[in-house]
Ligand binder design. Structure first.
Ligand code: BES
Ligand code: MG
Ligand code: ZN
Length: 491
């Protein structure tokens, strides 16, 4: 499929499906639409009247144009109130339109949507992202993909002539989101620490990034006892992945992105019981997936910022050499941890990843992790928790998330709650009381950050997965985090 900046006017466009966005208060046709309606024998006005179309956001109606016309189908899509138009509305609307057009077997589609805030580039980028993400289908694991509508071949963004660069940016960002979705959705017998390392290596090769993979022995040398404690029950080798993007010339700043990479989380000997959702725990590398997705996008977008992409990848399994509940592990900064619950494994792997990233001398770092069920209880399925002691970085990430169309909400890092992690025998325990579980998790992580001026943690346990279709997120892996990270790095 090719998305193109419209080179013809709305009136002159010809093809299978023409989609037009209308605001809630203005379903009366005006301007170019009057002429187009005239050319189509009044079909648009008739459709609006017949369906009592009100332009409500997300609503969509369509009709077949009879006779031998230059357009086969007209699709009308509601945009809600004019003053409420956002880039996110455009993303969602574009996805709704593209999915409907595919269902209606349009091979060529023209989309005519208003320009957001006088900014044609942002508009073209948002529409492109919506189309690419909305049309994404995961058929990798079907032996015979069910009879699907033919794919759309070309989409013209009418009124957005000259926006090639913005369309390219949208496509590059979407490619990163889709990589993250593919990694998260693939089961744990497909996506393993080895294949995660292979994916990083493919990105490095395709886009010229630097890559270091630390094998188990090297992690041992670095004293990564927390990461390796989690890894020790697995029959698969752990992989510590470090990809680096360096711009040409002196970087404006240096950043690090760290992702939790548990390709499966059984809970370990504190095994997840029946009804715990253990079969969904292939998603527990969603942070690492977002990290690699962001690497793929950023390598194409080429900002003037140096970015390190880091993940300590393994699986949390049970076996005769699994860590015992109560074991004491020593992380690479020398701190000791009493593992009072082997299911709180993500923070153990992140501990060593954070210590490693903290030594790189970056200006700021952000980790993403499907860390706690508690965060899902607090914020639900659509919103990630943001934990940081740094107000400036909080603001940057909130703005980046807003720009990318992802929802994050800042949570308090109440230092007093660290009391819940006090251990009688080691420097800390890995879990505290049930109450405030996502906060104690973030306070645990904070123990492993020392020199970096700003650090933030995003708990993405909720939004990493969608149970049902919603706009450009179809049921399944969302690729959450990539767009926030990309906006943050570019900003
Ligand atoms: N991977 C889970 C968290 C999770 C839960 C992710 C639900 C996605 C959906 C994590 O490793 C975990 O098991 N956390 C425990 C922590 C507890 C033992 C303190 C949890 O949330 O129950
Ligand atoms: Mg766990
Ligand atoms: Zn986990």
């Amino acid at each position: 499929m090719e998305i193109r900046p419209g080179s013809t006017s709305l009136f002159d466009w010809t093809g299978d499906g023409l989609a037009v966005g209308l605001f809630e208060e203005t379903t009366e046709l005006t301007g170019d639409l009057v002429a187009l309606d005239g050319k189509l024998g009044g079909a648009i006005a008739e459709l609006i009247a017949e369906e009592e179309f009100k332009g409500k956001v997300g609503s969509l109606i369509s009709t077949r144009i009879s006779g031998n016309t230059s357009i086969r189908k007209v699709i009308l899509v509601g945009l809600g109130k004019g003053e409420g138009l956002t880039a996110e509305t455009l993303r969602k609307t574009a996805a709704t339109v593209a999915k409907s057009a595919r269902k209606q077997k349009c091979k060529t589609l023209g989309i005519y949507l208003p320009i957001y805030n006088g900014d044609a580039a942002t508009t073209a980028q948002a529409i492109t992202e919506g189309i690419e993400l909305g049309l994404y289908q995961d058929t990798r694991f079907k032996s015979e993909p069910e009879e699907k509508s033919p794919q759309i071949e070309t989409i013209d963004l009418l009124g957005l002539g000259g926006q090639e660069a913005a369309i390219t940016r949208g496509t590059q960002i979407a490619s990163g989101v889709i990589l993250a979705r593919q990694l998260v959705a693939a089961p744990a017998n497909e996506v393993t620490p080895i294949t995660m390392a292979d994916t990083a290596s493919a990105i490095a090769k395709d886009y010229g990034l630097e890559l270091t993979i630390l094998e188990q022995a090297e992690c041992e040398q670095l004293g990564m006892g927390a990461f390796l404690g989690v890894a020790q029950a697995s029959d698969l080798p752990p992989k510590f992945i470090h990809l680096t993007y360096k711009p040409q010339g002196t970087p404006r700043k240096k950043l690090a992105i760290i992702g939790k990479g548990l390709t499966f989380d059984s809970g370990g000997l504190n095994i997840k019981g029946a009804g715990s959702g253990i079969e969904t725990m292939k998603i527990d590398m969603g942070g690492a997936a977002a990290t690699l997705g962001a690497a793929k996008a950023i390598a194409q977008l080429k900002p003037d910022v140096e970015v390190h992409f880091i993940s300590a990848v393994t699986e949390n399994m049970i076996s005769g050499h699994a860590m015992h509940p109560g074991d004491i592990l020593k992380a690479s900064n020398g701190k000791t941890i009493e593992v009072n619950n082997t299911d709180a494994e993500g923070r153990l792997t992140l501990a060593d990843a954070l210590v490693y990233a903290d030594k790189l001398g970056v200006d700021a770092m952000v980790d993403l992790a499907t860390l706690t069920g508690a965060c899902v209880i607090a914020l639900g399925d659509d919103i990630a928790g943001l934990f940081t002691p740094h107000d400036g970085l909080a603001k940057e990430l909130e703005q980046a998330a807003d720009k990318g169309g992802e929802k994050i909400w800042r949570m308090p890092m109440e230092d007093k709650y660290f009391d819940g992690l006090k251990s009688g025998i080691a420097d800390m325990k890995n879990t505290g009381p049930r109450a405030g579980g996502s906060i104690t998790a973030s306070l645990f992580l904070k123990q492993f950050v020392k020199d970096t001026p700003a650090w933030a943690h995003l708990d993405i346990a909720g939004p990493v997965w969608a149970d049902k279709d919603n706009g450009y997120n179809n049921a399944g892996a969302t690729g959450f985090g990539v767009r926030t990270l990309v906006s943050w790095v570019l900003g």
